[in-house]
Design a protein around this ligand. Structure first.
Ligand code: NAI
Length: 267
């Protein structure tokens, strides 16, 4: 068969570009003032979405939205204050419109040997990375289910895929997120609401640098089992998030997508 790969003009179909576009969508991204959340916001805004980022402190959010442009807005919100999350959703929906995309990105890490982790330490990580993720997902999904439309993304971790020492609470929280994705996908699919996780490998952000600085052994182990032999950039997660939120991923739900340069399958 003679396939002509160069018939671009003739073959180019605007559906190809549009299927990955987020034009007219409203996206809420928690912890969007820095790191991975900031880049997801940038990628989603470039894809056409109106983006609302949240975080605990106003100044970094203000600076971030200043750089991200007119389609990105901020609201100060601490995801750990569970009783304020329904109010956050109501505020966004009255100011910007109903939420089409939720990215549960805000998260915290703690590196400590398991025997030194106190109950308070453990609860703090679980509260931010798991309880708050559930509470906000429930608040947003309520409307999505009623509207029969929506895409929810969780940010998981390699710590939910294999054993990494000294992150017991973090690994428990991210493993919980992975379980939540499967349950919610099975409950929400009949309402046309999709829910997926992205499992980033080792991505160059301040969180990763804090975990790796003063621990060159850990850094080398992470790199050595990454077949692509480099750390990821926050934008790598941003583009994957655009894809999973788009119509192009309309038959994908309940999945956890590693974006990790092969780290999760590395030897
Ligand atoms: P980061 O520390 O740069 O960003 C985390 C963001 O969450 C910050 O903007 C922070 O202000 C916000 N945040 C924390 N607690 C919050 C709260 N209570 N309320 C509102 N916002 C809050 O870290 P990074 O690396 O960008 O992390 C983003 C997500 O990616 C996290 O869920 C993290 O667990 C996950 N992740 C990161 C990896 C990496 O290599 N950087 C690897 C795997 C997962």
């Amino acid at each position: 068969m003679n396939i002509n790969y160069h018939k671009n003009e003739e073959n180019h179909n605007p559906i190809f570009a549009n299927i990955f576009a987020l034009d007219g969508k409203i996206a809420l991204i928690t912890g969007g003032g820095s790191g991975i959340g900031y880049e997801i916001a940038d990628c989603m805004a470039m894809a056409g979405a109106t983006v609302i980022i949240t975080g605990r402190r106003e100044l970094p959010l203000k600076e971030a939205t200043g750089k991200l442009g007119k389609n990105v807005h901020y609201i100060v919100n601490d995801v750990t204050e569970l009783d304020k999350l329904e109010g956050l959703v109501a505020e966004i929906e009255s100011r910007f419109g109903t939420i089409d995309i939720l990215v549960n990105n805000a998260g915290i890490n703690m590196k400590k040997p398991a025997l030194e982790v106190t109950d308070e330490d453990f609860s703090r990580i679980i509260h931010t990375n798991l309880s708050a993720v559930f509470a906000l997902t429930r608040a947003v999904a309520n409307g999505m289910v009623a509207r029969q439309s929506g895409a929810i993304l969780m940010i998981s971790s390699m710590a939910a895929y294999y054993g990494i020492d000294r992150v017991v609470a973090y690994a428990a929280s991210k493993s919980g997120v992975e379980g939540m994705v499967k349950v919610l996908a099975s409950e929400f699919s009949k309402f046309n609401v999709r829910i997926n996780a992205i499992a980033p490998g080792f991505i160059e952000t301040s969180m990763m640098k804090t975990a790796m600085s003063s621990d060159p052994d850990r850094m080398n182990r992470a790199l050595n089992r990454t077949p692509m032999a480099k750390f990821g950039k926050p934008k790598d997660i941003g583009w994957a998030a655009v894809f999973l939120a788009s119509e192009g991923a309309s038959y994908i739900t309940g999945a956890s997508l590693p974006v990790d340069g092969g780290n999760s399958i590395g030897f």
